[in-house]
Design a protein around this ligand. Structure first.
Ligand code: NAP
Length: 498
């Protein structure tokens, strides 16, 4: 865990607070205005904590760090840090280029040397850079790049696999898209990886908090047999699927890890599915429709809906697609009322609405579709043998269920509601939106005496079905619901603070 602080006392205090559970610490001396003043405190810390393994880093600004001194001053600080008991010192290649043999000998006299490079723009020329690095005497070679695509992780991990049997390598890709290398890099041969002390105290873009690496991604247990899953979309950072599905895998002892995959193109994503390999995907906006073209097989319902939110990769690399949004709608309703003949009004005609309409028709419900733009409602109704209606028609109608399958009410969405208050004439109101948990339409529905089914329940149900498809086990619903509700409550608190 890299530690940054504004002064030496605070830096050592932070180390004191974490060392019991996290004995592998990097002191980022370059974050201090006077790094040399920290050395005595570090010595005391080392004496008190013989269990700690410590890296000292004083990276120069020219190499992406904060230290403004000369290379000679950097080396001087690192040599002193080694003399005070730090086990490893990190020196960047740009500094190494200016050193003499004798400097390397000084640096390595009482510590091991990590020779590092950082590419803040891309994952480029790893082999050429490594060839240069090998010219210097070092104990570890650390190569850090920037992932602009998901495939950059594959490049990094193949690089690690090629060299880790001969050299002690450390490799990681920065930025949000580098998550694959942060979680799987160790199994590709990286000696260790980096985890932030707390969210907000990252020392590199895309660094994951150490606690999340351990508790959510179970990095200590990732091995060659670990199956890799993920949610793919653009954007994807706010998805709750990683929290929910990693919790499910942990609870059911499935050796699998689930990542948020920010895919800027489907080609990039599919290359990773093949090369890593990724065993299954949750697919989200904007790829639910486009994904269908890339599947080897889908079930007839998914094909009719024209949107796929779940992919399974078989042993031979074939891709099978499903739509579990259908289960997300049908299961919560089935638990509450018989669907045969149930009068249902679906608001919207997009991907989620189509899953609802086809799923309900399959259960012989009586389905009506109302959309802001009439055309898509008519097309959907015709295809699914449902009925397209307009706002005037629904004035005189009452339903068993009204389903909101539009983004109206979602956080940040200021659009008008798809129906007006007096049109809430039904026994149940099913809200697909789950951020916030209680939308304006949910509040109106409650005030008018309708029973409410929240978007979080659909979200858990569609995720549960994905878990079942991938693992062949019943999903731990209660655990999945618990972590989703907790995450939503935390997010609500955070947005209240803003
Ligand atoms: P989509 O494909 O973009 O479709 C959106 C639909 O909503 C379109 O038919 C659009 O009508 C309509 N619409 C948008 N704003 C509207 C407004 N203010 N009033 C009336 N209609 C409006 O989106 P989607 O994938 O179907 O998703 C819809 C919602 O369901 C999203 O909020 C999504 O987060 C949620 N969802 C939740 C879950 C869950 O697990 N809880 C799962 C899937 C989806 P036009 O044709 O006129 O543009």
């Amino acid at each position: 865990m890299p530690i940054v602080a504004s002064n030496a006392a605070e830096m050592v205090q932070k180390a004191d607070a974490i060392v019991r559970d996290n004995p592998f610490i990097e002191f980022r001396l370059d974050y201090l205005s006077k790094p040399a003043l920290a050395l005595q405190k570090i010595k005391t810390f080392v004496e008190y904590h013989p269990e700690a393994l410590i890296i000292a880093t004083c990276r120069r600004a020219a190499a992406g760090g904060k230290f403004r001194g000369a290379v000679a001053a950097e080396v001087d600080i690192l040599v002193k840090a080694a003399n005070q008991g730090c086990h490893l010192v990190d020196l960047e290649l740009e500094s190494a280029d200016q050193l003499k043999q004798a400097d390397f000998a000084r640096l390595r006299r009482s510590a091991n040397l990590i020779l590092s490079t950082h590419d803040f723009r891309g994952t480029r020329k790893l082999e050429e850079t490594f060839a240069r690095m090998k010219e210097y005497p070092a104990d570890f070679f650390k190569v850090v790049s920037t992932a602009n695509t998901l495939s950059d992780n594959v490049v990094m991990m193949k690089f690690l696999e090629r060299h880790s049997h001969e050299h002690s390598m450390i490799g990681v890709c920065m930025e949000e898209q580098g998550i694959i290398s942060r979680v799987l890099g160790v199994r590709a041969g990286s000696q260790f990886t980096f985890g932030a002390i707390n969210p907000g105290e990252e020392t590199a873009p895309g660094q994951i908090a150490a606690r999340a690496l351990r508790d959510v991604y179970r990095i200590d247990q990732v091995d060659t047999a670990t199956r890799v899953y993920g949610v793919a979309g653009d954007p994807v950072a706010h998805s709750l699927s990683p929290i929910m599905l990693n919790a499910a895998f942990r609870r059911e002892n499935v050796n699998a890890v689930y990542l948020a995959l920010h895919a800027k193109s489907l080609d990039d994503l599919l290359a990773c599915v093949r090369d890593i390999p990724i065993h299954g995907l949750s697919v989200t906006m904007p790829y639910k429709e486009e994904m269908l073209k890339h599947l080897d097989k889908t079930d007839p319902l998914t094909a009719k809906i024209g949107a796929c939110n779940t992919v399974v990769r078989s042993q031979d690399g074939k891709l099978y697609g499903f739509n579990t949004d259908v289960a997300g709608v049908v299961r919560p309703l089935e638990m509450r009322l018989p669907l045969q003949g149930a009068r249902t009004l679906v608001l919207g005609a997009g991907g989620a609405a189509r899953a609802a309409v086809f799923g309900l028709k399959e259960r012989n419900a009586d389905v009506y579709v109302l959309n802001r733009t009439p055309g898509p409602a008519q097309t959907l109704a015709k295809k699914a043998r449902a009925k397209a209606v307009n706002k005037l028609q629904i004035r005189k109608m009452a339903f068993d269920v009204i389903i909101n399958a539009t983004p109206s009410g979602m956080e940040g969405n200021r659009d008008p509601m798809p129906i007006s208050e007096e049109d809430f004439k039904a026994k149940y109101f099913f809200e697909m939106v789950y951020t916030p948990a209680e939308t304006k339409m949910v509040k109106i529905a409650r005030s008018r005496g309708l029973q409410v089914i929240l978007g979080a329940e659909m979200f858990v149900q569609q995720g549960a079905r994905q878990f079942e498809i991938w693992s062949g086990k019943p999903a731990p619903m209660a655990e999945m619901q618990r972590v989703v509700e907790y995450a939503l409550a935390q997010a609500a608190k955070a947005s209240e603070k803003k």
